[in-house]
Design a binder for this molecule. Structure first.
Ligand code: AHM
Ligand code: MG
Length: 333
């Protein structure tokens, strides 16, 4: 039988191998994995909301039923915030930075999207939690400010996501490869299932919301047309796969190879996805797995953020495919 590796023992292995992955960092990751278990517990029961009480109403026990994304947000803030390891937190669900209790002891900042793709929950489609960790710039956690949150993605010390799908998988990186763990509900542990994920150099899938065709610019349209042309030498046509849940689309493309695009459109002039909560953590993971992530011109991880909820166009996935997307976006093809 294979030796089982829990996520906690994997964190400790990383701690032994890499000096910058110190016990503070592994404690933070441990907190995130724990919070993910709490969110999972509710997500897998989402279909029961109709029976136990619709969101916004009271359930049979007379308790108020919260919308799952708000529930996930509150759980993550309370489960992680209470340990005093983070000076500040930022969530896609909160307009401004969150100051956790005991914030004067934490040297780190946590940015997260508690339940990405939450509009898919009612139809039983996979959703996910995405997170990103930075070290504060000053030596005094009590003085941490918005500036400590607005760091370039290249400064992340760890990032990851949890996908609540047919199984629950947590994927993370500390800058030393990308590792995936599948949750075993019988023992309540995430177990190593995808060691050192390497994404294919070139994929066979593309993921884009082509319903927005008339809102795309000419470069995006030409790129999508190119992917659909037949050319055996370059493996075209590619197949379309679009779930509309970023974590799920990203996770599939990471494992099988492919390119996900959410470009600037007439409706979403700066793209739809958030730089700090979605693009940066996934770009860090993607690059660590050998892929590429840009806004069509710039490396995502090099963008200096100006505000917490900033949006960005996003081209992410297999290196070769993202490079071609950029050439179309830049009018070179
Ligand atoms: P949300 O933050 O409102 O959940 O939106 C993010 C989601 C992503 O999960 C997904 O990639 C994208 O929106 C889909 O957008 P669209 O429906 O425009 O294709
Ligand atoms: Mg989101």
């Amino acid at each position: 039988m294979n030796k089982l590796t829990t996520i906690e023992s994997h964190f400790l292995q990383q701690q032994k191998l890499y000096p910058e992955v110190n016990h503070e960092v592994t404690d933070l990751l441990h907190d995130v994995a724990f919070a993910a278990k709490l969110v999972r517990r509710e997500v897998v029961r989402a279909g029961l909301a109709d029976i136990l009480g619709l969101a916004g109403t009271t359930n049979v026990q007379g308790e108020e039923v919260k919308k799952l994304d708000l529930f996930a947000n509150e759980k993550i803030i309370s489960a992680i915030g209470q340990h005093g390891r983070f000076a500040l937190m930022g969530s896609e669900e909160n307009d401004s930075v969150i100051v956790p209790p005991k914030n004067d002891t934490g040297n780190y900042v946590l940015l997260f999207d508690p339940l990405d793709g939450s509009s898919n929950i009612d139809v039983n489609v996979s959703v996910g939690t995405i997170f990103s960790i930075y070290r504060i710039k000053s030596d005094d956690p009590g003085k941490a400010s918005l500036d400590d949150c607005l760091q370039k993605g290249a400064e992340q010390i760890a990032a990851g996501y949890v996908i609540y799908g047919s199984s629950v998988v947590m994927v993370y990186t500390t800058g030393h490869g990308v590792h995936g763990f599948t949750y075993d509900p019988t023992i309540g542990e995430f177990l190593l299932s995808h060691e050192n994920i390497v994404t294919p150099e070139r994929g066979k899938y593309y993921s884009a919301n082509e319903g927005s065709w008339h809102e795309f610019n000419e470069g995006t349209k030409r790129f999508l047309d190119y992917l659909k042309e037949e050319d055996k030498a370059t493996g075209r046509p590619y197949s379309t796969r679009y779930i509309g849940s970023f974590v799920a689309d990203f996770h599939r493309n990471l494992l099988t190879g492919g390119v996900f695009i959410y470009p600037a459109t007439k409706k979403h002039k700066n793209g739809k996805l958030r730089l700090m909560y979605e693009a940066n953590p996934m770009a860090f993971i993607c690059e660590q797995a050998g892929g590429r992530a840009t806004d069509g011109e710039r490396r995502i991880l090099d963008i200096q953020p100006e505000e917490l909820h900033q949006r960005t166009p996003l081209y992410i996935g297999s290196k070769h495919d993202v490079l071609i997307a950029e050439e179309f976006e830049q009018g070179k093809r």
